[in-house]
Design a protein around this ligand. Structure first.
Ligand SMILES: Cc1cc2nc3c(=O)[nH]c(=O)nc-3n(C[C@H](O)[C@H](O)[C@H](O)COP(=O)(O)O)c2cc1C
Length: 181
């Protein structure tokens, strides 16, 4: 199982929830790995369309490793804060770079193995708008052949690490990992 962290804050709310989720999965016997997008070199999609015929991305950076992990994992969790009512740009950048995986599934008939996907979204506003990030990440899962499994949406958590005071959500994250595993 892989966890993809789209927050720039190590030790932030998404990071903590993602760790709980991966811990739940690990305790159910899953092998887990986390990708902290901020630490990776991931250029934006160039829109060159080469992947539409080859199924491979021509940009040589850390996204190659993420592509491999996305193809090999049994389950994928994307965790991102809400920024301006959507996912972070780092998360979106990673998603756009998966056009080659979309091409493999949808154009080239190269079907990946069955995989489950989940998302963790955290917004600082008590009335945080989740729908844009939800639909973006669901479209990503559907596009690359990952079956949407579940989501954890947490509103009203703003400060670094504030999620530690929200025991119920921490438990939900752990259970999400168990369910995915
Ligand atoms: C650039 C920026 C934009 C943000 N936009 C929103 C927003 O539109 N809605 C919201 O509810 N919170 C917004 N927030 C607050 C974050 O979602 C919140 O602090 C969250 O807990 C951060 O998660 P993290 O600790 O995992 O980084 C924004 C924060 C930043 C830095």
């Amino acid at each position: 199982m892989i966890g993809i962290l789209g927050s720039p804050r190590r030790g932030g709310n998404c990071d903590i929830l993602l760790d709980e989720c991966l811990r739940g999965a690990k305790e159910s016997g899953a092998a887990v790995r986390k990708y902290f997008l901020r630490d990776l070199k991931i250029a934006p999609c160039q829109g060159c369309n080469t992947c539409l015929t080859t199924g491979e991305c021509i940009v040589a950076d850390n996204m190659r490793e993420v592509h491999r992990a996305l193809l090999e994992a049994d389950a994928v969790i994307v965790a991102t804060p809400i920024y301006f009512s959507g996912p972070t740009c780092t998360t979106k950048c990673m998603i756009d770079r998966c056009q080659c995986l979309w091409a493999r599934e949808r154009l080239l008939g190269i079907k990946g193995k069955p995989r489950k996907g989940a998302m963790i979204l955290v917004g600082g506003d008590p009335k945080a708008v989740f729908r844009n990030a939800q639909s973006e990440i669901k479209a990503f899962f559907a596009g690359v052949g990952i079956t949407f499994h579940a989501e954890l949406l947490v509103a009203g958590v703003e400060k670094m690490g504030e999620i530690r005071t929200r025991e119920e959500e921490l438990r939900q994250a752990w259970r999400l990992g168990q369910g995915l595993a």
